[in-house]
Design a protein around this ligand. Structure first.
Ligand SMILES: [Cu+2]
Length: 286
């Protein structure tokens, strides 16, 4: 079958996510100032929410997240785009947003009280910059980040190349690692000095795109660009296993915990905190 460039994911969850992203995050505007290219405007609302992280029979989890989702709405732009991202803070404490890995003007970098005043509860801040490099990035708070990221504030920021790779599906997995109690509530023991100076906050529940993973099916012969975006403060490990799909049989990818089985992708790489991997042309690339 012919390969369509960047054909969107067709599974229900991805469809719902992209529909939600469209509904709350994407509005293309023309900047009123002369000479400034068209801006992609995004609104992110940092606020508490309840989400089914673990799934039935466990109750929903009280999280802090962007626009009612964790991970937050996927921001997807084209290299060279000019973006304006308005962040509304409806948390009970101050926050900022850092655009991890993106080259942005210093004033847009999200370092509280260094590059900008912290966004106080009830206030908003407008981040605006041109996107210079293609790749798989993420956004997260830079104020009280260990706790705010640990409670669910993070999202993927995808910058497509001017000439996108020819693939059947472009799939983004935001990998999370939550420390939950038995009732699926987030354990409140944040900012442990020993953890912060050592391996980070070790969770007990690994998620892909904010849910405990079940199955991810692919078609035989399908060419997938898999973007792995680590959004937790400790190392996960990805192990690839030779796995051939037979006609009529879908490949299966598993991602589980650090110390147990995980099978996906090609090769065997560490996914360091905040790091990224992209599967391209059969190889995992950092
Ligand atoms: Cu970061």
């Amino acid at each position: 079958m012919p390969l369509d460039p960047l054909r969107p994911a067709i599974d229900r969850r991805s469809f719902l996510m992209s529909a939600a992203s469209l509904a709350c995050a994407s509005l293309v505007l023309r900047d009123a100032r002369a000479g400034v290219p068209a801006a992609k405007e995004v609104n992110l609302v940092a606020a508490p929410a309840r989400l089914p992280i673990v799934g039935a029979p466990y109750p929903e989890t009280d999280v802090w997240c962007y626009s009612g989702q964790s991970p937050g709405p996927e921001i997807r732009v084209r290299q060279g785009d000019h973006v304006r991202i308005v962040v509304d803070n409806r948390l009970s404490e101050d926050t900022t947003v850092h655009w991890h890995g993106l080259r942005v003007p210093n004033a847009m970098d999200g370092a509280p009280d260094v590059t900008q005043p912290s966004i106080q509860p009830g206030e908003s801040f407008s981040y605006e910059f041109a996107v210079r490099d293609a790749g798989t990035y993420w956004y997260h708070p830079h104020a009280h980040s260990a706790e705010q990221v640990g409670r669910g504030l993070a999202g993927a920021f995808i910058v497509e190349e001017q000439n996108p790779l020819p693939v059947d599906r472009d799939v983004v997995w935001v990998l999370g690692d939550w420390r939950l109690r038995r009732d699926a509530a987030i354990a409140e023991d944040f900012n442990n000095p020993m953890e912060m100076s050592m391996s980070g906050r070790i969770g007990n529940t690994v998620t892909i795109n904010g849910r405990v993973p079940t199955r991810f099916e692919v078609r035989s012969g399908e060419r997938i660009r898999l973007r792995l975006r680590r959004a937790a403060d400790r190392t996960a490990r990805a192990r690839g296993r030779p796995h051939r799909a037979r006609p009529g049989h879908a490949r299966r990818f598993d991602y589980r915990h650090d110390r147990s089985t995980r099978q996906f992708g090609v090769g065997d790489r560490h996914v360091l905190p905040g790091s990224r991997l992209q599967a391209r042309r059969g190889r995992l690339q950092r």
